[in-house]
Structure formats: C-alpha cells, structure tokens
Design a protein around this ligand. Structure first.
Ligand SMILES: Nc1ncnc2c1ncn2[C@@H]1O[C@H](COP(=O)(O)OP(=O)(O)OP(=O)(O)O)[C@@H](O)[C@H]1O
Length: 829
C-alpha cells in the first residue's frame, strides 16, 4: 500500500457507495461518483474493490456506513482505518471545501472560459470545472471528498508530519473521476490464485523474476493497469493497436530508440510538484533528460508515419519540440552539472551572471588575499606573536586575526597587542580585530553567503520559467509512462508469441490453443488447449480448431462439443496431475490479460467483455486469517455465487473437498445448479472435480446435475497402457469431451515417491471400499505385509471362533466385536 494515498468512503442505505482518494505525492484527487451496487455486488464488496484498486494507506470511513462495512474494514489489514462522524461528510461543508481548491485547469477550462465575462469568481469556475469531471449532485461523493480533505488538513498537517517522502505540501493540482463499473472486478484471492502478483509490487506475468525494463513511473502505471482491467472496448483496442505497431518488424529500429528513451524518463510529475520549492541536482538532471529524451521520442514517432494508434497521435500532439528544446536549453545554460555534483549543491554555470562571476573570482582568490594581509600585519607587531599569525573569516563575526594561545598569556595585559583589539579566546587560539579587518568586512563581507544567495536567486528564476511549462511536462511524462507499458506488452507478445485477442461485447470466450503464460516458460513442452463457451458461441458459428497434430484425434470431438449451443458450465475431470488447475488458471489469465490490453498466449482468441473474474482456486493462506481451509474455500464460493453476473467468469478448482464427502458433493453440485438456474445470467463457469469418480457418490449417476446443453463434461486425456505388467500412464494434457473414470491417485502417489508397500496396501483398501466385497486372491497375494500384521488383517477362522467363544457380553468391547463381524462377512471367514 502506498503511504501517500488516503481514501474516504461512505455507504448509504444498503447498496449506495461513493469514495474519494487523495494521492499526496501526485497531488491528485480521485472521485468515485455515487454507485448503486447491482448484480449481487454487496456494498462491502464494492468498498473492498475500491480499496484494492486504489491501494490507500489510510481509510476514512463514514460512521453511518453500516455495521457490515465497518466490520469488514475492521478486518482490513492493509490500511489504517479511521471511522469519522457523519457530520464530517456533510454535503454543504464538503462542497465548499471542494470548491475552495485551487486547480489551474479550472481557471483555463473551456467551460469557465466560456463563462468568462459574466460574474465569474473562483468557486463558480471550480463548480463548472468539477461538473465536467463528476457532477456535484453525487451527494455521497462530495461528502467523501470533503471528509478526506478535512482529515488530511486536520490529522496530517496539524501533526506536523510530512504527507509524503518528498516533503511536498498538501495540495491538489488535478482531479479525476473513477467509475467502478468501468473496470473488471477481481478480488485479492483472484490476483493471488492466478499468480498475477507474486507480491504487492511484482507483476510477474511477463517475467518470473526480472522486474525491470520499465521505468519507475511506467511501472507504477502498469501496476495501475493490472489493478484496473478495463471494460471499455475502445480503451483495450487503443492499447492493442499500439502493441501491434510496436511489434511490426519494419519499426524495429524506431522501437529500440523509443525503448531506450522512455527508460531514461523519471517521475516528472513528482519533480514538477517540487518546482515551487527547491530541486536537487539529480532532479534538475532528470528534467534535462526528460526534455532531451522526449525530443528523441517525438523524432522517432515521426518516423512511424503509418502508426495510427492513439498513443502516437498523443505524442504528435503533445510533444511540442520547441517547448522541450526551451526547457532543456534553459536548464543546460544555467546549471553547471559537473560542478554541482562535486559541490553537492546546485551551481550556476560561468557566464550566466556577470556579477556572480566576479564574486566567484574574488572568492576563489580569497585565500591568497588573506595570507597577504596576514603577512602585512605580522610586520607591524612584536616578533614573539607574529610567527603563527593568521587571518580567517567567520560567518557573522567577519574577518579576524588569530594567534595561538601561549602559556604566558595568563593575565588581561598579556593578551594586549598594540594595534590589535582583543575579541575572545578559545583553549588554543586568541582572536583579534584590527582596522584592516573592519575594512575587509566592509569591502568583501560574507562572500560565500553572497554567492549562495545570488545562485539561489538565479536558480529560482529558472524554476519559475520551468514551472510555466510544468503542466506540459507532466502530460508528456504520463504519455511516456503509457508508452513504456505498451512497449512492455509488445516485448512480452513478441518474446512469448502472444496474439492479439478480438474483444467482443457479449460474454463469449473462444480460445484456440490457449497456454498458461507462466507454466509455458517452465516446461519444455506445453500443450495448448481450446476453450469455447458463453453466449454467442452458437451464433458465431465458429468451431474451435486445433492445429496441434498431437491433439488431432481429439479435435473432431472438441469441435462437436464446441458446436453445442450455449455452453456455460464446463465440468472438467481428470486424474491427479493431469493439468486441470493449469487449464483453469490459463483461461482466467488469458481473459485478464485481454482486459488490460495485452496480447494473450494462444493461437487465436475472441474474448467477450468480462465484468468479473471470480475464483475458488486455493485457500489463500494468511497468518492472520484464523479460518479452516474449507471455510476459506466456502467463502470464496459464496462470493462467486453472490457476485457473478451473466458476463462473469467463475473458476472453481475442486470445491467441496476437505469436508465430509457427501457434503462436499452436495455443495459442489448445488453451487453449479445455482449458476445454471440463472439461465441467461449464468456466468461462464469452469469447474474441476474428482467427485464423480467414486461410484458411491457419482454425480451423474445420481442425477445431481441437470442434463442441459449449458453444462458439459470434459476430461483431461491420459494414455493408459501396460509395460512389463506395470501400469503406465502418459498425461496428454489435452481436453476432450467425456468424464475421467478414475483419479489414478495411487499412480500419482507412486510418482510422488510413496513406497510400494504402502501403495499395495492402499490398493487393497481402495478395492475393498469401492466394491464393498472381499479382496480377490491376486490382490491378496500382492499385499506385502508382515505375517503378524497379516494375522491382524485376515484373522483365521479358528481365531474368529475363539474370539466369539470367549466374548464376555458384559465387559467385552462391543465395537471390536462388531468390526470383526463385518470383517468376517466381507472376507467370508
Ligand atoms: N498443458 C500442459 N502442458 C504440459 N504440461 C502441463 C500442462 N498442464 C499441466 N502440466 C503439468 O502438469 C502438472 C500438474 O498440473 P495441475 O496442477 O494442473 O494438475 P491437476 O490435474 O490440477 O492435479 P490435481 O488434481 O492433483 O490438483 C503441472 O505442474 C505441469 O507440470
């Protein structure tokens, strides 16, 4: 979480949510207009989603937001939560606070310019400006903004704390609107289980450990894109166009130049915020580099004459060459970077100011001058004190004559030297003034301070000049950050052979030869798989074709099933280790990647706009969440059931295990039926399970799931054979219609290193449990147990009779007797 970000939220009634966020380092206020939760999205889920996307370090919440929300926030570990009285959110005061902000853009906005001439005061201009961003009729939103501004000024500024690392004053220079329903909703569990973020700051989708290649600022924007996948086709399309153009072979040289240039651009908005104060040498250097490299970007983009992506249009429009040259020229003329780095302070170049040059010349010759003066004075005083005489300068005290303290200097008279006025003495030195010293004070004064003041004045003038262009520089650097992200997408697409997905408005998914972007990097051969589901699959008339020769046998079957209309729930079975989870995650990742504007790992993909990805994949372990794994699984499932819509994607990996088998089966099937029951509002669901493999609880045998084209069974294909009487399995990692007969758990356990003796015994018991009958001779002969244990396992007829004979009905262990009866029955003893 970013410590410079403070959010405020308010929930009214049961489902109206609004919020605001202040980023003090970017001086940006984000407003989330009043939002009525629909499609099962609970207010507290919307609040959590807003916080996940905004990543604040402090949250101010309206005390009237309802118990559920407050409780949820109470458990929120990532930010400090302040519950504030609803009076802090009062509309009128909040509105006044908002209208009192001084935003430059408000003064120059076309709305206020149009209003010019009439009675235009600051508040009127702000009102007009705000109306173009988010209507002030959003009562809750305005309340949130007011409470937020009041909190920041009260708690942060009054405590004397700096609100950010950069020592910037609390200020707002721009305002933007944020609409929750313009972005795909993914909760933290989903980000974790799909491995989108390994940790908070590490987008590891494109690289397992190499985080860089992106500028710092670009990285921040990429993080934002990852946190806010778009639901707007135009936004996604614009990014895709740019990626295509950046990948074009003919543009390679230009793209290399662009890549090198954006990597040299720092966080310019942060530096521009400091222009009213004082910049360090490094910050001046960053501004100079920005102007230089932006000129290079502009020149390189001009060579991409056919590039039509909006990013290149923006570069052509906003990278004003004359402005960039002026900025770079001013900085380069005034600041002496070489001297500045050795002096640790900003130093002005020679030739900028004549007076300063003169002062510096005098200052540089000062040592010589003072030693000459010292020699002259030495000739006018007794030899006994003239030897070690010196002249030095003390700030505030001016020029002074010094002589070392002698042992015989023990009375007032002993300090007296003709022609010199005693001033003070330290343990080693005695200080005097003389007429020459006073003359030096008057003619030279404090040269160093005069030079410093002069330099500060010149640099200040430079800052003011650059400040006039700050808005343009900030805009240019935002475009650079965007270009940086798009270059990263293009790099990944080229390196990993991703394709551009077609984005369509309906909830349709067609992925041909989809791959998992991370697994395919770790495995020598990754087998691609197809997905075809959702509304529109039948109408599009497209069948999923697989080019992979190894899966040709299954292609015909896959084609058949993909032609089935309106597949919404895909039930996937398969042995352990056959690739079910990888498939599930790969579909989730491909859909996610498509929504951030990235290309996707597949041969071809059509991705419908997906409003939410909801996962029940793995219990996300947390040291602080004291809940059972099954409880966490169920919470994820409940969230998916509650929040999914007809345009959502739900990924369920083995829900129901970890509790009583029959309960698990019941819960799993009932959840799928609940999705199906919604008909047109049924989300696209992919669910993996082992359940139907047990004949006692077989889902389909008991008609637990309805027969409908909306639900179909698929399995992970496995080649089963025997080599030298040993069962041999080959995982083919491809999806085919049907359902897997067995989990082949024992085989997988053997692969995992479980010993033969344990496996043999497990096999016997599995057989016993599945059939409810005695073991056959062949199985028995394979049981590799010690004779003594075998005796316990298979008691002889004699032993059974003896036990019954000697059983004492009053004191005997009835349960042990009952077990023996059942066991004898099963083994026909
Ligand atoms: N498409 C694929 N191509 C190649 N190898 C794959 C593919 N999918 C999975 N694998 C390999 O199989 C391993 C197991 O995959 P996965 O975890 O998805 O199996 P699973 O069926 O979910 O197992 P379980 O049921 O035991 O959880 C992966 O770690 C990977 O090495």
């Amino acid at each position: 979480m970013n410590k410079n970000r403070i959010a405020s939220i308010s929930v009214s009634g049961s489902n109206a949510v609004a919020g605001a966020l202040l980023d003090t380092s970017e001086q940006l206020l984000t407003l989330m207009p009043d939002f009525v939760c629909q499609d099962g999205l609970a207010a507290c889920d919307a609040v959590m989603q807003f916080l996940l996307m905004m990543r604040p370090s402090t949250v101010v919440v309206n005390a009237r937001s309802g118990e559920k929300v407050l409780k949820r926030l109470d458990e929120f570990e990532d930010a400090a939560v302040h519950v504030c009285p609803s009076s802090d959110f009062a509309y009128k005061t909040a509105c006044n606070r908002l209208l009192s902000l001084h935003i430059d853009a408000a003064v120059h906005s076309s709305a206020s310019v149009a209003f010019e001439g009439a009675h235009s005061n600051h508040q009127t201009r702000m009102r007009l400006y705000l109306e173009t961003i988010a209507s002030l009729q959003n009562v809750q939103m305005v309340g949130c903004a007011g409470a937020l501004l009041s909190h920041v000024s009260k708690h942060v500024l009054q405590s004397g704390e700096s609100v950010d690392d950069n020592d910037c004053d609390f200020n707002v220079t721009s305002i933007e609107a944020f609409h929750l329903n313009s972005h795909m909703i993914l909760n933290q569990d989903c980000y974790t289980s799909l491995n989108i973020f390994r940790n908070e700051k590490h987008p590891n989708m494109f690289s397992s450990d190499n985080k860089d290649g992106l500028s710092l600022f670009g990285k921040a924007l990429l993080h934002q894109w990852f946190m806010r996948p778009s639901l707007q086709i135009s936004v996604i399309r614009a990014r895709q166009m740019a990626v295509s153009e950046l990948m074009a072979r003919k543009n390679k040289n230009v793209v290399d130049t662009l890549r090198d240039a954006v990597a040299c651009i720092s966080n310019i908005p942060r530096i521009c915020m400091k222009l009213k104060k004082k910049l360090t040498v490094q910050e001046w250097e960053a501004l100079l580099k920005c102007s230089f490299y932006c000129l290079k970007i502009r020149a390189a983009s001009d060579q991409l004459t056919s590039a039509a992506a909006p990013i290149f249009e923006k570069i052509r429009e906003f990278f004003d060459a004359s402005l960039l040259k002026e900025v770079g020229g001013c900085i380069n003329t005034v600041i002496d970077f070489e001297l500045s780095s050795s002096e640790t302070a900003v130093t002005v170049k020679h030739g900028v100011d004549q007076e300063l040059d003169e002062l510096k010349r005098s200052y540089n010759g000062l040592d010589d001058l003072l030693s000459r003066v010292a020699q002259e004075i030495a000739q006018t005083i007794p030899d006994s004190v003239s030897d070690a005489l010196n002249v030095i300068y003390f700030p505030q005290l001016g020029y002074l004559i010094t002589i070392p303290l002698r042992e015989d200097m023990n009375s007032q008279e002993s300090f007296m030297i003709p022609g010199l006025d005693f001033q003070f003495c330290t343990s080693k030195t005695v200080f005097y003034k003389s007429a020459q010293m006073i003359e030096l004070d008057e003619t030279l004064g404090d040269l160093h301070s005069i030079i410093t003041d002069k330099e500060i004045e010149i640099v200040q003038r430079l800052q003011e000049t650059i400040l006039m262009h700050a808005d343009a520089l900030i805009q240019v650097s935002y475009i650079c950050a965007e270009l940086d992200c798009l270059l990263a997408f293009a790099d990944a697409a080229e390196k990993y052979n991703f394709v551009c997905p077609t984005i369509v408005p309906d909830s349709y998914l067609e992925i041909v030869q989809g791959r998992h972007p991370l697994y395919e990097q770790c495995l020598e051969h990754f087998i691609g798989n197809n997905t075809c589901m959702g509304k529109g699959s039948a109408s599009s008339g497209k069948s999923v074709q697989s080019d992979d020769t190894s899966s040709r046998a299954s292609t015909a079957e896959t084609d058949d099933t993909s032609k089935d209309k309106d597949l919404k729930v895909m039930l996937l079975t398969g042995p352990n280790f056959s690739g079910k989870s990888v498939y599930l995650k790969q579909v989730g990742l491909i859909v996610f990647m498509a929504h951030i504007g990235s290309f996707v790992p597949a041969k071809h993909a059509i991705i419908g706009i997906t409003d939410r990805i909801l996962t029940r994949i793995q219990a996300v372990e947390s040291d602080t969440k004291i809940q059972s794994a099954f409880m966490l699984d169920s919470q994820q499932m409940a969230y998916a059931l509650r929040n999914s819509t007809g345009s959502s994607l739900v990924l369920i990996d083995e829900y129901g295990k970890g509790t009583l088998h029959s309960n698990g089966v019941g819960l799993f099937c009932a959840s799928l039926v609940e999705f199906l029951r919604r008909q047109v509002d049924c989300p696209n669901v992919i669910a993996t399970t082992h359940f139907q493999q047990n004949p006692f609880t077989e889902i389909f045998a008991h008609n637990l799931l309805p027969e409908t084209p909306a639900l179909q069974q698929f399995k992970m294909d496995v080649f089963q054979g025997t080599v030298a009487e040993e069962e041999q399995l080959t995982f083919l990692y491809r999806i085919v219609p049907g359902n897997a007969g067995s989990s082949l758990g024992l085989y997988c356990a053997r692969l995992a290193g479980i010993s033969d003796s344990v496996l043999q015994r497990a096999k016997e018991w599995t057989h016993f449990l599945n059939n409810g009958s005695h073991l056959n001779k062949e199985d028995e002969s394979r049981v590799n147990v010690a004779p003594q244990q075998q005796q316990q396992l298979h008691p002889s007829v004699d032993a059974v009779i003896k036990y019954f004979d000697s059983f004492d009905c009053e004191t005997g262990d009835i349960k042990a007797l009952w077990d023996l009866v059942r066991f004898s029955e099963a083994h026909a003893v």
